[in-house]
Design a protein around this ligand. Structure first.
Ligand code: ZN
Ligand code: ZN
Length: 158
């Protein structure tokens, strides 16, 4: 049984390993999604990546970034920003739709409340990855991101 704490009210703050890159998100998340694709594993050096998805208009950051445009397995082009000094991956946008910002959950100053509500590319999940039993599990990339947002809204009703 997954025990989920209530989501604290915004703003949420976070940043990189060295402290040069800091951000503020002044909106409730729209989704908490874990991706198990091979590219996310390589990009983070981890078994998977956990992303907070939110309205990009509520996101701001300070500090220099280095960006890299990655073509995802889904064909989407992602503009990935890392701290220019320490290289921590801190946020990305989808170039085709910049209305959303994607923030790796571990970069939040307090990530204790943020448990994924959806898992994608689950057929690639590493043997040790934890898939929460109340979250939705999707093979590959969902055709419509609304699926991820619906899963979030179901587990965290306002
Ligand atoms: Zn840094
Ligand atoms: Zn991925």
């Amino acid at each position: 049984m997954t025990t989920r704490k209530p989501i604290p009210a915004p703003p949420y703050q976070g940043g990189c390993l060295c402290g040069q890159l800091r951000y503020t998100l002044n909106a409730r998340p729209l989704a908490l999604n874990a991706c198990h694709c091979d590219q996310c594993k390589i990009s983070t050096g981890s078994s998977h990546i956990e992303m907070l998805i939110a309205d990009a208009g509520a996101f701001s950051h300070t500090g220099a970034t280095h960006n890299f445009i990655k073509t995802a397995e889904s064909g989407r082009q992602l503009d990935i920003h890392r701290c220019a000094h320490c290289g921590t991956r801190v946020f990305h946008h989808n170039l085709a739709n910049k209305a959303l910002v994607f923030i790796p959950i571990p970069t939040l100053d307090d990530a204790s409340w943020a448990i994924p509500t959806s898992h994608i590319w689950v057929e690639r999940a590493a043997p040790g990855a934890m898939l929460h039993e109340d979250a939705i599990k999707v093979e590959g990339q969902p055709a419509d991101r609304a699926l991820l947002m619906d899963a979030f809204a179901r587990l965290y009703p306002e």
